[in-house]
Design a protein around this ligand. Structure first.
Ligand code: ADP
Length: 410
């Protein structure tokens, strides 16, 4: 086999490997660079399957020449790849003879080379030529060079993946450390109240009038309720983390659910201003308790982090979703913190008051479990808006009728 015009540029290939951050782009560029000098129709990179040693996983494959039109007959050389990996050797497979009148395009010339790194054979690189010509000595040398460069690229890709996994694990550990200190604080504060007020009530040297006793007992009850809620949130967040929280869906009038949840909040926080703006009033299949839980959490957050701010809730429709927009005009959140807001245990740095960083994580998981999407928009000083998108798979007329009957029956 003879080279086409120009020379095989070893240096250029090494430069691409060293300078390209993305391994796939690097592979594409190297192929562009070698193709004028090294003819092949198909190329495939196989990786040694770590769990099943007799299997290979395909990492990358491209058909460039005559292979493009071969359709389902495409040959990638997976058998050769297995041999190469098992024996750590170059394998060359060519048709023994060319009987006249045979369909030469069906004859593949396969060259398989091991991808060797410091840790052993990572996989195999296979070149396929339909109808030859045979691989020359020069091409074998060039192919070995390409295989060694590809091995380096893949080793770097694997290292990068390991580094990313380590980063993720260490940020998870940091988050868990934060969680332990947050939760310890969160548990200790109400326990302090409970202990303090009950010790006071039990003092033998003091007599409390009925009103004071009642006030102290109410504080104890409230703090115990807070603790119960906190513990439920922790348990729920870990169930949601492993996706085991069941949703019990039924047809629900969404606007009514929003109004009812708002009314419940307003019965506790009397001077809270809530504006509703509903463009649509849909009946959809949701777990109404869970969706109400999401709204309640958003209310509680606005009351905590945007005190005194009015709240606006709108309901609109897009082609695929009903969209609840929940806005306050509080202090807002800096843009760099927004991507973390739905992470478990995350609290914006410097946030005061009580909180465990579980609320928005739970909300997001609940919306996710409905096939919806939750997002946040905020700018410092301009308030915060949470968007809840729920799929608008419309209830059938029959379902609506049943829903109406349920309403009149109850
Ligand atoms: P928690 O309220 O228990 O801290 P959440 O998951 O509900 O946990 O909220 C995470 C963080 O998001 C809060 O700690 C707060 O920093 C920020 N946050 C949530 N809602 C608002 C809001 N309406 N305005 C400003 N910051 C908010």
């Amino acid at each position: 086999m003879t080279s086409r015009d120009g020379t095989f540029d070893y240096l250029k290939i090494a430069e691409i490997v060293n300078q390209k951050g993305d391994w796939k782009q690097a592979l594409d560029e190297i192929l562009e660079c070698i193709f004028p000098f090294f003819i092949f129709d198909n190329i495939a990179l196989f990786l040694h399957n770590q769990t099943k040693s007799d299997l290979t996983d395909i990492l990358y494959a491209r058909a460039v020449g005559r292979g493009k039109s071969s359709g389902p007959d495409l040959a990638w050389g997976s058998d050769i790849a297995r041999q190469v990996i098992q024996n750590n050797t170059i394998v060359l497979e060519e048709p023994s003879n060319n009987p006249p009148n045979s369909d030469r395009l069906k004859e593949s010339y396969l060259l398989g080379l091991p991808l060797i790194t410091s840790t052993g054979v990572l996989g195999a690189l296979v070149f396929v030529r339909f109808a030859g010509p045979s691989y020359s000595e020069t091409h074998l040398i060039q192919a070995r060079y390409i295989a060694s460069q590809f091995a380096g690229l893949i080793e770097r890709k694997n290292l990068n993946e390991e580094i990313n996994a380590l980063h993720e694990a260490s940020s998870m550990i940091a988050l868990q450390d934060d969680f332990i200190s947050t939760i310890s604080h969160e548990l200790r504060t109400p326990l302090g109240f409970i202990k303090g007020y009950s010790t006071t009530l039990l003092r033998k040297d003091a007599v409390w009038d009925e009103a004071t006793r009642h006030e102290f007992l109410s504080i104890i009850e409230n703090e115990a309720d807070y603790l119960t809620g906190l513990i439920e949130n922790i348990l729920e967040s870990s169930r949601l983390q492993s996706d085991t929280l069941p949703m019990q869906t039924h047809l629900t009038q969404l606007d009514t659910l929003i109004i009812e949840t708002s009314a419940r909040i307003q019965s506790v926080v009397k001077d809270l201003q809530i504006d509703h703006d509903f463009e649509v009033r849909p009946v959809i299949r949701i777990d109404s308790l869970r969706i109400s839980q999401v709204l309640t959490n958003l209310f509680n957050n606005s009351i905590k982090y945007a005190p005194g701010s009015p709240i606006k809730i709108s309901l609109t429709e897009s082609p695929d979703f009903y969209i609840i927009k929940f806005s306050d005009s509080g202090p807002g959140i800096l843009p760099e913190y927004l991507p973390n807001l739905f992470q478990r245990f995350y609290r914006v740095p410097g946030t005061g008051g009580s909180g465990s960083g579980l609320g928005l994580f739970i909300c997001n998981k609940i919306i996710d479990a409905h096939g919806g999407k939750m997002s946040v928009e905020s700018q410092p000083g301009m308030g915060t808006t949470f968007l809840i998108k729920l799929p608008n798979n419309h209830a059938s007329n029959h379902e609506r009728e049943n829903h109406d009957h349920e309403d009149t029956d109850s």
